[in-house]
Design a protein around this ligand. Structure first.
Ligand code: FEO
Length: 180
């Protein structure tokens, strides 16, 4: 049994964020499935891959909690909200989820600062940077969507957008992709 190296309050806050990252994964999973059913396979692939990134974030926090002598608590994950209405709605909702998540990360950073818990403070810096990258990524995709949707020559622009999304950088791959 390891000696606990953070406060009970910090353990609780980290556990809450761990479940929040699992929720983020559920959101991406549900939006990905929605995109796939609606024939946007590139967008679906992008969202499926991102779902795995969110699971990695969850796991990163789980390991930190346990490695620092706490106990990760696996709890129920809230159901994602209803499906998006269209691609624009999907991208806007995705961005809002990321912004909301950034605010939760900021709360953790503040708490670590207030408690002078420099180990957790240092750990949370990775998430601060990650959130900047993710917000930028989704904002860029929204820009692409806006450009594509302003032209009026049919679905060709959506087709191009779908291809772009498929190629958007992600660190996680879809597991067993070769089986699809
Ligand atoms: Fe792990 Fe996209 O927040």
């Amino acid at each position: 049994m390891k000696t606990k190296r953070f406060s009970d309050a910090m353990e609780q806050a980290l556990n809450k964020q761990m479940t929040r990252e699992a929720f983020q994964a559920q959101v991406y999973l549900s939006y990905a499935s929605w995109a796939e059913v609606n024939s946007f396979s590139g967008i679906a692939n992008f969202l499926y891959k991102h779902m795995h990134e969110e699971r990695e974030h969850m796991f990163k926090i789980l390991k930190f909690i346990n490695d620092r002598g706490g106990e990760a608590k696996i709890e129920a994950i809230d159901a994602p909200a209803e499906n998006p209405k269209n691609i624009e709605d999907c991208l806007k909702k995705t961005l809002q989820h990321e912004i909301d998540n950034s605010q939760e990360i900021d709360k953790l950073v503040n708490q670590a600062f207030e408690e002078k818990d420099w180990a957790t403070f240092s750990f949370t810096q990775w998430f601060v940077k990650e959130q900047i990258e993710e917000e930028t990524l989704i904002n860029d995709l929204l820009d692409k969507y806006n450009l594509a949707s302003k032209q009026k020559d049919g679905n060709a622009n959506y087709y191009e957008l779908d291809k772009d999304l498929n190629k958007a950088p992600q660190s996680a791959e879809i597991p067993r992709e070769e089986e699809f």
